[in-house]
Design a protein around this ligand. Structure first.
Ligand code: ADP
Length: 545
């Protein structure tokens, strides 16, 4: 039985489930990859912000350190007012600076451009910015903010005594510039304090940038450094999604094409199945028809053959010499026709599966001797020698004797028909499953390589009919087993030689019906060896006759 195709609805359901699983898992992977890219970008910006805060902290301390040596010498004369000839200059990065005495009074001020500063404003700004730490800054430096600038205050002392403080005004933009130089270039960087951004560089793109903030830990006003990064992974994410969607589209297109292909294949398979059924049905009908016709032909043919025989035997009076020849011809043709009809009937029965197998134990040697004796007169009539090489120790087999007899008669009949002179040999050996190598088979009449058994793993009896006849060319050796195939058909008038072209077809079918096979080895002009392979029941292999 050939397997039937799964139902279309089941296939469609499975396909839909498969498709959903693929699409969902692909989407899942894309979302996970997208998240991973974003998270990696955010982590990188966070680390950068922390690094920038550390750099800012270091910058502020450096600026603080720069203040002290400049203003230290001013304090012993703290009450002195700045004079036009005062050569003290403020460090380069500061926009202005001033000095407070121990009473938090402004004793010296200067703008970067050299002008004086409004002391009252400066003093209050300094106090406010330093949260009351001035004038005695208790830490190494304190930081505050005034507008867009950072105030840096450092204590001034003389011989271990704190005398006042120096305050420098560092524009936020300067710290920013220092940060931009020493951190990776960022599209957006901001400094803020108390929730207010006082210095910023670059443009912030609210839609795509990833930003992170880190606090600069200094005494005084905490300053936040906030960074944003343009490399948000956006191009990477867009590429990822594009590729993902493209891959998905390609996959879906491929699957859809596959489905269309599968559907058309299923359609074709169904069509083939239908055609196969139709062919099988018409073949069966043909065999039935053949069997019926052959059967119907046999009765009148038997009558024709019988009456012609009676005519020849003179039952209806002696035949004149002129009548004898045509009557002989009628007899030969009618016999040939009956043989043909008989064989057609056999073929039709085999094809319709109407031929049964009745297997029974068989001892080969007496069986072969019996068949050979039936054929002996025919063989000696042609002046041929017959030798039998079937040993008495061969294992007993189980087979259908009628079918085997028909095969053997066909083969010996052919050997007689196609051997003008020489001899015919019928022989048998056990072959296969290590019993005896195929090449060891005794070569009685002619030396030929022997065809391998149908299944070398099993044991077989190779029953052979060999002759020294005309032989068969290798290109004909397979087609002679087909129905109506003849290599050297005799003249149409020579009914005895003409044959039917069915004997070997029937013999091979019968051999296969009884579980074996029929093969040939032959050489043109030297003879032929036909081998009937008979399966040996392994369990009975020791059961010698
Ligand atoms: P046919 O009735 O013609 O003998 P078969 O089917 O028995 O039909 O044989 C088919 C053909 O195989 C024959 O026509 C013949 O050419 C060839 N053939 C069969 N047996 C032999 C043989 N022993 N030697 C040579 N040729 C043979």
């Amino acid at each position: 039985m050939r397997p039937s195709l799964p139902k279309a609805s089941t296939r469609l359901g499975l396909f839909a489930v498969l498709l959903s699983v693929i699409v969902l898992s692909l989407f899942g992977s894309l979302i996970a990859a997208d998240r991973a890219i974003t998270a990696t970008g955010a982590e990188a910006v966070k680390l950068d912000a922390r690094g920038a805060a550390l750099v800012a902290e270091r910058e502020l301390r450096l600026h603080a350190e720069a203040l002290t040596p400049m203003f230290g010498p001013l304090l012993p004369a703290a009450t002195a007012q700045p004079t036009a000839g005062d050569t003290t200059t403020i460090p380069r990065s500061f926009s202005s600076a001033w000095v407070l005495d121990s009473a938090a009074r402004v004793v010296w001020t200067r703008n970067r451009n050299g002008g004086a500063v409004d002391t009252a404003t400066v003093a209050s700004a300094a106090r406010g910015a330093l949260h009351g730490q001035a004038p005695f800054v208790r830490v190494a430096a304190a930081y505050g903010r005034r507008g867009d600038a950072i105030l840096i205050a450092v204590p001034l002392s003389h011989r271990g005594q704190r005398l006042g403080a120096a305050v420098g005004v560092l524009p936020g933009s300067r710290l920013l510039a220092g940060l931009r130089d020493s951190t990776l270039p960022r599209p957006w960087i901001a400094l803020s304090s108390g929730g207010r951004t006082f210095a910023l560089a670059g443009r912030r793109d609210s839609s795509g940038q990833i930003s992170a903030a880190a606090t600069v830990h200094v005494p005084g006003d905490p300053i936040a450094v906030e960074l944003a990064h343009a490399q948000t992974g956006r191009p990477l994410r867009i590429t990822l999604w594009l590729l993902g969607v493209l891959a998905m589209a390609a996959l879906l297109a491929g699957l859809a094409r596959e489905r269309v292909h599968a559907a058309s294949l299923a359609g074709r398979t169904a069509e083939l199945e239908r055609l196969y059924q139709e062919v099988a049905r018409s073949n069966r009908m043909k065999s039935e028809f053949l069997a019926n016709v052959s059967h119907e032909l046999r009765t009148p043919l038997n009558a024709v053959v019988g009456f012609v025989e009676m005519l020849r035997e003179g039952v209806y009076g002696d035949l004149s010499p002129r009548q004898a020849l045509p009557v002989d011809r009628i007899a030969a043709s009618a016999t040939h026709l009956r043989q043909l009809v008989d064989r057609l009937l056999d073929i039709a029965k085999i094809a319709a599966g109407r031929l049964e197998v009745h297997a029974e134990p068989l001892v080969l040697r007496p069986f072969v001797l019996n068949v050979a004796s039936e054929m002996e007169s025919l063989i000696s009539e042609r002046g041929l020698a017959l030798s039998i090489g079937v040993g008495p120790t061969l294992p007993r087999i189980r087979t259908d004797q009628t079918h085997l007899r028909q095969i053997l008669i066909n083969l010996i009949g052919n050997a007689v028909k196609y051997t003008p002179s020489g001899s015919i040999s019928v022989r048998a050996r056990v072959v296969g499953n290590g019993a005896v190598g195929a090449g060891d088979i005794e070569q009685g009449v002619a030396t030929y390589a022997v065809t391998p058994p149908p299944d070398p793993k099993k044991s077989w009896i190779a029953l052979q009919v060999a002759d020294t006849g005309v032989g068969i060319a290798s290109i004909d050796q397979e087609r002679i087993f087909d129905e109506f195939e003849q290599v050297n058909a005799g003249a149409r008038t020579d009914s005895a030689r003409r044959g039917t072209g069915l004997g070997l077809a029937i013999s091979r079918r019968l051999a296969r019906l009884i579980g074996g096979d029929l093969t040939v080895m032959s050489e043109l002009g030297r003879g032929s060896v036909f081998t009937v392979w008979l399966p040996l029941d392994e369990r009975k292999a020791d059961d010698r006759a």
